[in-house]
Ligand binder design. Structure first.
Ligand code: TEU
Ligand code: CA
Length: 560
């Protein structure tokens, strides 16, 4: 593998709105981020991904951009952004931004001009299409519910939106539009940005015939991902994008890619792939129900283990993936992937170890490093997220009671991961002196940065050790490039794997079960590198049998 600057880095996702508010308006801001750079540096973070901070009406939390060249007033100014860039640089840290270019906001100048002249130049920046016999051009359902087509006022046309109606899709077939986007991307890269996380990018290629698909819900519509699944040619668009932008800057790019087709992995993340890496969502996709996520089953341990293992094995033939437990679209991993008896600091450390030492770039989502959990939600009014509100109503329409629908949202709502960061035990967890835009999780008096900072056994201090191990001179090679090899897969509760180079072999082994298990080691132990149980400051095993307590994780260096 040809080495790239980002291969051995650890990344952290900031959701700016919920990170830290410094002016009391209840909304996190750039000043808040700048003030916590040292905190992130101490955690061992190299790359910071900021969820969108561009100007936006915030219909979808900034994923609806109305000006790609401006910072949202809520978050601060361009001067503050520049300061963030230079402060990060001083600390040898890299900033990447979210790149939302499948769609923009309906308030964007381009869309406003298109509406004003539906036959003019700007209409071709979007998908304006005539309806069919008084109906929309096709029967696609948007990701957030309802038709993908919205009437263009005063015409017999509709415009396409795969997400909210306030997020019109951009027409990537139009070279002029592409040029405008590339210009904008290069403008940010020129500023010193290290790269981008690229939003919903697989959706940019449409079937221009806009055919109907077999309805899959009581609304008579078909999920719009079906069109994505069936159309070819996204690769050419992605190559064009890369060639005109990222490539020239050696930018780090991480694609948010669902619905990749069989055999396309190499084209996406191989040596000359479209992106540096893409997120591994294989474990998260286990929560796909028939009609979205409200009817998804809980995640089964063995399926979770298999999903991650299969994905690791597949990817290592061509590149590195980006590993996450959670993000701003996914509920908290500890609440989702750990059994009830493991939802405590010990289990939290176990899950973190398994994720961070996988082959690939670890992305830690804000609050994960202190073990933040899903919140308890009492009514649908407490949610802010457009997708949660849609899923709640879809569930109700399908006959679920209020209680049942809320139960589903409590498990899987995107707002679970968007509650404010828990900094300390003061009011609102120290996130704001005002009224937080989304409620703070009640458990902040127990789970917060300040309390954990001084407790040597805390989740936070464990994450610091874990990341330090991954990046330590003696092991960074094996953790970045070492082969991934699953082991003990026939035990019912153990997730274990080797990371291995020619002259090093690391064993990561975790017991997700309720009972202790014994394992026979295949190679002699050199040393124990990490353990999540204080009691188990294990002396080296005297024979080749080790016992793992419930929720215990051990990282060994073995003889090769
Ligand atoms: O997500 C794309 C995406 O596919 C998700 O919306 C997913 O369908 C949804 O979370 C189901 O739970 C990206 C962003 O990460 C997300 O926050 C945005 O809402 C979306 O794009 C639109 O920009
Ligand atoms: Ca603020």
């Amino acid at each position: 593998m040809i080495k790239k600057w980002w291969h051995d880095k650890v990344a952290y996702q900031i959701y700016p709105k919920s990170f830290l508010d410094t002016n009391g308006d209840g909304i996190g801001d750039l000043r808040g981020i700048i003030s916590k750079l040292d905190y992130l540096k101490k955690l061992g973070i190299d790359i910071i991904w900021l969820s969108p901070i561009y100007k936006s009406p915030f219909v979808d939390q900034g994923y609806d951009i109305s000006d790609y060249y401006a910072i949202a007033e809520e978050f601060g100014t361009m001067e503050e952004f520049d300061e963030l860039l230079s402060e990060a640089k001083k600390r040898d840290m890299y900033i990447i931004m979210d790149l939302v270019i499948n769609h923009c906001s309906d308030q964007h100048e381009w869309f406003q001009k298109a509406l004003a002249d539906p036959d003019g130049e700007y209409a071709d920046y979007f998908y304006f299409r005539k309806g069919r016999n008084g109906n929309p051009p096709s029967n696609l359902r948007s990701y957030f519910g309802g038709s993908c087509w919205e009437p263009v006022p005063g015409t017999d046309k509709y415009y396409l939106h795969m997400f909210a109606k306030e997020q019109p899709d951009l027409n990537w077939e139009n070279p002029l539009l592409r040029e405008k986007l590339y210009e904008m991307i290069n403008w940010w890269l020129e500023k010193g940005l290290a790269g981008f996380r690229i939003d919903a990018i697989i959706n940019i290629k449409k079937d221009l015939d806009f055919p109907d698909f077999k309805p899959d819900g009581p609304d008579g519509l078909a999920g719009c991902w079906k069109m994505v699944d069936e159309v070819d040619g996204v690769g050419e668009l992605l190559e064009d994008l890369k060639k005109h932008t990222f490539q020239k800057y050696e930018a780090f790019t991480v694609g948010e890619v669902f619905n990749m087709k069989e055999g396309e992995l190499d084209a996406f993340i191989g040596e000359n792939g479209h992106f540096s890496t893409i997120f591994d969502f294989s474990a998260h996709m286990l929560s796909e129900g028939e009609h979205g996520w409200y009817d998804a089953p809980p995640v089964d341990f063995k399926e979770w283990r298999k999903a991650i293992t299969d994905s690791q094995l597949k990817v290592q033939n061509c590149g590195l993936e980006a590993n996450i437990i959670e993000n701003h679209d996914e509920p908290r991993g500890v609440s989702r992937f750990l059994p009830d008896y493991a939802q405590n600091p010990t289990g939290t450390k176990m899950l973190g170890t398994i994720s961070v030492l996988l082959r690939g770039i670890p992305f830690i989502y804000q609050g994960q490093e202190i073990g933040m959990q899903n919140a308890v939600w009492n009514t649908v009014d407490e949610y802010n997220d457009i997708n949660t509100i849609d899923q709640y109503h879809t569930a109700r329409d399908a006959g679920l009671t209020d209680k049942e629908a809320l139960e589903a949202c409590s498990r899987l709502s995107r707002d679970n991961a968007r509650t404010p960061m828990q900094w300390n035990t003061r009011e609102n967890a120290g996130f704001t002196t005002g009224t937080p835009w989304l409620k703070v999780n009640d458990n902040y008096t127990e789970i917060n940065v300040e309390t954990q900072d001084t407790d040597p056994d805390s989740v936070l201090n464990y994450y610091r050790k874990l990341i330090a191990l991954r990046k330590s001179p003696a092991y960074k090679e094996v953790f970045a490039y070492g082969e991934f090899l699953p082991v003990y897969q026939n035990t019912s509760s153990v997730m274990a794997y080797y990371r291995k180079t020619e002259n090093q072999r690391i064993l990561i082994t975790a017991n997700f079960g309720k009972e202790a298990v014994s394992l026979t080691l295949e190679y002699p132990v050199k040393q124990i590198l990490l353990s999540n149980m204080a009691s188990a400051e294990h002396s080296l095993p005297s024979n080749d049998i080790i016992t793992l307590n419930s929720c215990e994780v051990l990282v060994f260096e073995l003889e090769t």
